[in-house]
Design a protein around this ligand. Structure first.
Ligand SMILES: Cc1cc2nc3c(=O)[nH]c(=O)nc-3n(C[C@H](O)[C@H](O)[C@H](O)COP(=O)(O)OP(=O)(O)OC[C@H]3O[C@@H](n4cnc5c(N)ncnc54)[C@H](O)[C@@H]3O)c2cc1C
Ligand code: SF4
Length: 561
């Protein structure tokens, strides 16, 4: 059986850990770890746990999805279906019908027999496919993914998998087997023909669509020097294969692990190393770990957490080069302050790169920040105009959020991938008047050093922060972020259950600093500067506008990153 826990919802009440202790574990105070693919003998216990969860965060299925997906993709590959999709049935005009009835007839016909293609067979792609079927789309559904594996969950890769509790190939997502979809796995999309409405494939084929969802996510930013990146012992962590390789190396008990970058992934890797008693050095360019996401004040708390768990944390420095031995094995790293770290494993955790290159010739609005779309998930073309047949969701999307001055957000959050995909899928099969705006407040979690860190809102969109509840020395608190007198975000360390309350404050544009009396309120509550790094994008403009007459003015891509 397969399960997934929506940890954006989980409030750490631990009923699941009582009812199925071999499947669910609480680490530290409230971080939940689960086995996503438990043995069948756990079946009844897992179902009881799912039913008892007060926030309905546990989702289970028992479909032998591995076989279903493998068979479906093999059948599609051998039948040549990929290049010969079925034709949509045109809508029938009801006798004497007006424009409204005509539009309804058209969307009804599309729901029955249209052709939808999803590029990106992972969390967002799967969530969208499920909603399409749930909303009654019975037409042809093709899911294209460049990874050979069926959709799997990534958050466990840097947690349970690195700790050795769950094998890397057992984080598959539930819901894969019952979609009636044509799966083209192990095949990259290499181009998009917007006029001909077809996705071009790496194997020379093409798949036609009536509506397309782009959900190609991100990949790990590689180490900048290719020869150094190729040294044995240098890893990134994005895919199941990456996690399997790194896990195997950690199990071999390296003398020291070097983590390059103290963001969420780097911190979780360091945490897994310390769990196993391995020596680990984290090198972070900023003043503290997590500083890019949470600012300097809460970053200092994260720094204390690292050091309290025995991490050799070096902040304000960078790794200049990696050095190998004559056998091509990593031996040491040279740092910008002149120091040297001897290590035989290095994990490059320098953030992500959005998978947009395949769209560069398509005339969609792509940039290093992702594919721009409106709040209804419709992709912008290069001129900033949205069409009605190309949608975007997940880590690859960039969208305006009204709560944040309509600025474009590009989020790499599990919860956003799911909610945005759900909105995109709904909109793909709905009339314009029935469409949803993707207005979900961003939510993120991380588990590191036995601490559950949860964030709601956009902490980087803040100028001040205040500790609203709990105790920083005990690392059990809620920090509330504000900007220009209103609440914009909240971050909890082992206090996840309060975040829904703060989410409501963010959504109501409540006053900052918050005036309410809270449980466990510290005496010396005062807002302080949040120490958010306001560095301006270093990317150059990618688009120039040409032409004089309004009928001929066009945007042109002039620099391809
Ligand atoms: C190690 C790790 C730990 C994480 N932990 C957390 C966490 O604790 N909390 C949290 O909120 N989030 C976490 N995340 C982030 C979360 O997993 C992502 O937000 C989520 O996976 C995004 O889903 P997606 O479907 O948009 O993109 P992805 O999961 O990146 O999937 C995109 C898919 O498209 C494929 N693809 C790319 N280009 C092409 C192409 N041209 N043709 C066909 N297929 C293509 C990719 O190979 C991939 O399979 C973590 C991520 C990682 C890597
Ligand atoms: S909220 Fe649900 S998933 Fe989270 S710990 Fe409690 S029972 Fe488990």
């Amino acid at each position: 059986m397969r399960l997934v826990v929506n940890l954006t919802r989980c409030e750490g009440y631990a009923q699941c850990a009582f009812l199925a202790p071999d499947v669910f574990q609480i680490r530290g105070e409230e971080a939940l770890w689960d086995d996503p693919d438990p043995d069948e003998d756990q079946h009844d216990r897992v179902l009881r746990a799912a039913a008892a969860c007060p926030v309905q965060a546990i989702r289970v299925d028992r479909i032998e999805a591995r076989d279903a997906v493998a068979q479906a993709s093999q059948a599609a590959a051998t039948s040549g279906e990929a290049t010969v999709p079925s034709q949509p049935v045109p809508p029938q005009r009801p006798a004497g019908a007006g424009p409204v009835a005509m539009r309804e007839a058209a969307i009804g016909a599309f729901r029955r027999s249209g052709r939808i293609v999803i590029v990106g067979a992972s969390l967002a792609g799967l969530a969208a496919a499920e909603v399409l079927r749930r909303e009654g789309f019975t037409g042809s559904l093709t899911i294209i993914g460049d990874e050979p594996a069926q959709p799997y969950d990534r958050p466990p890769l840097s947690k349970q998998v690195l700790d050795g509790l769950v094998p890397a190939d057992r984080t598959g997502l539930p819901g894969v087997g019952d979609l009636g979809a044509r799966w083209l796995l192990g095949v990259p999309a290499t181009g998009l023909d917007l006029v001909g409405r077809q996705v071009l494939l790496g194997d020379g084929g093409a798949v036609e669509y009536d509506r397309l969802l782009i959900a190609t996510g991100t990949r790990a930013r590689p180490w900048h020097d290719q020869a150094e990146a190729a040294l044995d012992g240098v890893f990134v962590l994005r895919s199941s294969d990456d996690a399997a390789g790194l896990r195997q190396r950690l199990a071999g008990r390296p003398r020291r692990v070097l983590v390059i970058g103290g963001g969420f992934t780097g911190s979780e890797v360091a945490s897994a190393c310390r769990d196993q008693g391995l020596a680990v050095t984290v090198v972070e360019r900023g003043v503290a770990p997590l500083v890019g996401a949470l600012g300097g004040v809460i970053g200092q708390v994260a720094a204390d957490l690292h050091r309290a768990h025995g991490v050799d944390l070096r902040c304000g420095v960078t790794v200049s080069s990696l050095e190998g031995d004559s056998g091509g094995r990593l031996r040491r790293a040279h740092l910008s302050d002149g120091s040297v770290v001897d290590a035989d494993v290095a994990v490059v955790a320098l953030g992500a790169v959005r998978n947009t290159e395949w769209l560069l010739g398509s005339r969609l609005a792509v940039s290093p920040w992702g594919v721009a779309c409106d709040a209804g998930c419709r992709a912008f073309d290069l001129n900033g105009v949205t069409g009605d047949d190309v949608f975007v969701a997940g880590d690859v999307a960039r969208f305006p959020h009204p709560l944040y001055d309509y600025q474009f957000l590009a989020l790499e959050h599990w919860g956003n991938a799911v909610t945005q995909a759900e909105a995109a899928a709904h909109n793909m099969v709905s009339l314009p008047a029935d469409r949803w705006a993707h207005l979900a407040t961003p939510v993120f979690w991380s588990a590191q050093f036995g601490t559950n860190i949860k964030s709601v809102g956009a902490p980087t969109f803040a100028d001040q922060v205040i500790i609203a509840q709990g105790s920083v020395p005990e690392r059990r608190f809620v920090a509330v972020y504000g900007r220009q007198g209103r609440v914009t975000a909240a971050v909890a360390f082992d206090q996840g259950k309060w975040l829904e309350f703060y989410q409501q404050m963010i959504e109501a544009a409540a006053q900052f600093p918050p005036g309410f009396r809270a449980v466990d309120q510290p005496d010396d509550r005062q807002p302080v500067p949040a120490q958010i790094d306001k560095k301006i994008s270093e990317f150059h403009a990618t688009v120039a506008v040409t032409g004089h007459d309004p009928s001929e003015r066009r945007a042109e891509l002039i620099s391809q990153y």
